[in-house]
Design a protein around this ligand. Sequence first.
Ligand code: 4HQ
Length: 231
Amino acid sequence: MKISILTLFPELITPYFEASVPGRGAKQGLYELEAVQIRDYTLDKHNRVDDYIFGGGPGMLMQPQPLADCIDDVRKRHAPGTKVVYLSPGGKVFNNRIAREYAQLPGLILLCGHYEGIDQRIIDHWVDEELSIGDFVLTGGELAAMAVADAVIRFIPGVIGNLGVHEEESFENGLLEYPQYTRPADFRGYVVPEVLQNGHHAKIQAWRQEMAEEKTRHVRPDLLEKGGTED
Ligand code: 4HQ
């Protein structure tokens, strides 16, 4: 899979994906990620990419020309079936089901807005999907694009070493994850639950299920109301 992140701040993007799990995946050739400077596509002689908003109001908007030309150019380097996604609080909320679907695509083009956002004609005619990472407002789309790319990359086969690691994670069974512990069994007087130390597999499974359900009921009852997983 090829991931392109279109942004005014490409230098913010690349270091993250060179580290840790995403970094190893890229080195192994399991996916390819590039950050593309939108400003390189402006035809404005002063390199401007923003302008005032029709109808008035505070702030500026990203102009359509650099965005359209940038998307068109990047699309040429992508296989058919590649999706263009715009990150914005106005999109539908991203989740692990969408991440798993996107990991099957040949490519993903993630568009980061700045200022008050982008001209609606880009969303209507160049963007395939508008996605939000949650009900809060960021200063730019970069953190949202990185969150989406990271969650997608984890679902690319081979990126996460241990097969079956996804199955035990939060959301995969419609529940939040059960509590986990490592050594020592007694840390400053705080002890690991007895059941986990005895190695009785069925009892451990039952305890984990119970804890996952209790936590989900307490913190995210909405996950239970949906009746299981999102797919
Ligand atoms: N922004 N989920 C405003 C977000 C956001 C979010 C990105 C801020 C777009 C123009 N993106 N810019 N929440 O808050 O994706």
